[in-house]
Design a binder for this molecule. Structure first.
Ligand SMILES: Cc1cc2nc3c(=O)[nH]c(=O)nc-3n(C[C@H](O)[C@H](O)[C@H](O)COP(=O)(O)OP(=O)(O)OC[C@H]3O[C@@H](n4cnc5c(N)ncnc54)[C@H](O)[C@@H]3O)c2cc1C
Ligand code: SF4
Length: 338
């Protein structure tokens, strides 16, 4: 048992002060990732700062016509919220494709953004891992790398970001509101997570001592033509091998705007502006979708055990775009389980 202190923050300023006072402290929300990592001896915080009493559990409309989601809104409450189901169904679908009902009931929006990779070497402290212990090496590159990245990886780390919710937030171009000791700032979703480069220990561009307070969704929700498609080893309770979030704005059968993000293939949800440009102004047909898939997968690099992901990703992109264009999302329904 490794000793740690427990503190409960009363408000955001208190949480910011507590975390600024102790750089080795960690915030805890639902605890579904942090506590597992502590049990596995991967995270060893000197202090755990409980943020569950902060007033960050509201979902509110913004004056611009979007939504502001507090960082402590639970994944279940977000997926079942009427405004999310009506205006951002791709987000509801993506959340419902993740974890289990019990986990979603406690997992928070902020914690989901900041959950760490599921690379098994990261969890196994007997093996080298640059993300866990910078400079120690990457066991996955020449090891068992079936779940690992095919895009945007580096020699230092080939891990993937595990979140489903984040893949939908990528196409919705969410904004992340954060508060730190000196100021508040807003981070564009595309800038929030990082590629591994030579600093794989840093998953995000959050500065030390900053807290996520909210996620803001712009008005465009792609509620008519969308899909979240997740392919995994089991039908539920498994992380994505490949997932695809698609949002299309169609003018009859011509694509006025198209967004595509891939999950399970990179250190962050993967988008390519050139692939989305290739959809714009084009008919929503297989030829157009194939062109976009080629661009999205142009720079793939597979490893010994995950080469299958390249063809899988191509098929998933084609299927997700076809379903979104047809207005027939096959993703899981977010209907309440009673
Ligand atoms: C068995 C299992 C299966 C799962 N399957 C899936 C899946 O298929 N798809 C999927 O997407 N997810 C899956 N998950 C992951 C789950 O979604 C995450 O564990 C959860 O979203 C994390 O939220 P939390 O509130 O519990 O975070 P916590 O564990 O409380 O925190 C996680 C991290 O976020 C930090 N943090 C939390 N809130 C804030 C904040 N407001 N500001 C700054 N930092 C913060 C913490 O310090 C910690 O580092 C699975 C988890 C488990 C255990
Ligand atoms: S892929 Fe990344 S997380 Fe996994 S062992 Fe290599 S450095 Fe660690």
């Amino acid at each position: 048992m490794i000793n740690f202190e427990y503190a409960r923050a009363g408000d955001v300023a208190d949480a910011v002060r507590l975390i600024a006072d102790d750089p080795a402290a960690k915030l805890v929300a639902g605890g579904t990732n942090l506590i597992d990592l502590m049990k596995m001896d991967v995270e060893r915080p000197t202090k755990v700062i409980d943020i569950n009493r902060l007033p960050l559990n509201q979902i509110e409309s913004t004056p611009e016509g979007g939504l502001r989601i507090g960082a402590l809104v639970r994944n279940t409450d977000l997926a079942y919220h009427p405004l999310v189901e009506q205006r951002y169904p791709v987000l509801a679908s993506a959340i419902m494709a993740g974890a289990s009902q019990q986990l979603r009931n406690v997992a928070s929006t902020g914690g989901n953004l900041l959950q760490r990779t599921r690379c098994h070497y990261f969890y196994d402290t007997a093996t080298p891992c640059n993300k866990r212990e910078p400079g120690s090496g990457c066991s996955a590159i020449h090891g068992h790398n079936r779940m690992h990245a095919i895009l945007g990886a580096s020699e230092a780390c080939i891990a993937v970001h595990p979140s489903d919710m984040c893949v939908a937030l990528a196409i919705l171009e969410a904004k992340i509101h954060v508060t730190g000791a000196s100021d508040d700032r807003v981070i564009a979703f595309a800038e929030f997570h990082r590629l591994p480069g030579d600093t794989p220990q840093r998953d995000t561009n959050l500065k030390a001592g900053e807290i996520v307070t909210a996620v803001e969704l712009p008005p465009q929700g792609f509620f008519k033509n969308y899909t979240y498609l997740k392919i995994r080893d089991r039908l539920s309770y498994a992380f994505a091998l490949v997932s695809v979030a698609v949002g299309l704005d169609l003018n009859r059968s011509v694509i006025a705007e198209g967004r595509v993000a891939l999950g399970g293939v990179a250190h962050k949800p993967w988008r390519d502006p050139q692939a989305e440009d290739a959809l714009c102004g084009q008919p929503a047909n297989a030829e157009t979708f194939s062109r976009a898939a080629n661009i999205l997968l142009h720079d793939v690099k597979a490893y010994e055990h995950n080469i299958f992901k390249v063809d899988l990703a191509r098929r998933c992109i084609m299927r997700a775009l076809t379903q979104a264009a047809g207005g027939t999302p096959q993703s899981q329904s977010s209907k309440k389980i009673v």
